[in-house]
Design a protein around this ligand. Structure first.
Ligand SMILES: Cc1cc2nc3c(=O)[nH]c(=O)nc-3n(C[C@H](O)[C@H](O)[C@H](O)COP(=O)(O)OP(=O)(O)OC[C@H]3O[C@@H](n4cnc5c(N)ncnc54)[C@H](O)[C@@H]3O)c2cc1C
Length: 66
């Protein structure tokens, strides 16, 4: 139903290194970066909302990145 995990991201869904720094040009959303539920119980019905929202935010930020 969900990974309840994946890679760590910031609010732009840029993927973060272990030290918290941004990996430039790398974005992740949906089940590859299920940060809101990291290490928590799966909440039924929330996966699609996260996938759509994180995908849109990641895409918008990736398009603006220079
Ligand atoms: C049985 C079931 C019921 C669910 N019911 C609900 C529900 O009622 N409500 C809800 O909100 N959520 C529900 N979920 C969760 C929801 O479906 C997922 O959270 C959501 O689809 C995740 O979207 P995603 O885009 O992150 O990943 P995915 O939908 O898994 O998309 C990943 C895509 O990447 C593709 N892919 C994989 N590897 C590669 C590759 N190497 N190259 C190119 N493409 C690749 C895959 O084919 C796939 O199309 C349910 C999940 C399951 C399994």
């Amino acid at each position: 139903m969900g990974t309840i995990g994946g890679v760590r991201t910031n609010d732009k869904f840029q993927v973060l290194r272990a030290d918290g720094s941004v990996i430039k040009g790398l974005y992740a959303g949906g089940e590859t970066a299920n940060r809101p539920f990291y290490r928590r119980v799966y909440t039924s019905g929330t996966g699609l909302g996260l996938a759509y929202t994180s995908g849109r935010i990641a895409g918008e930020n990736a398009a603006q990145e220079k």
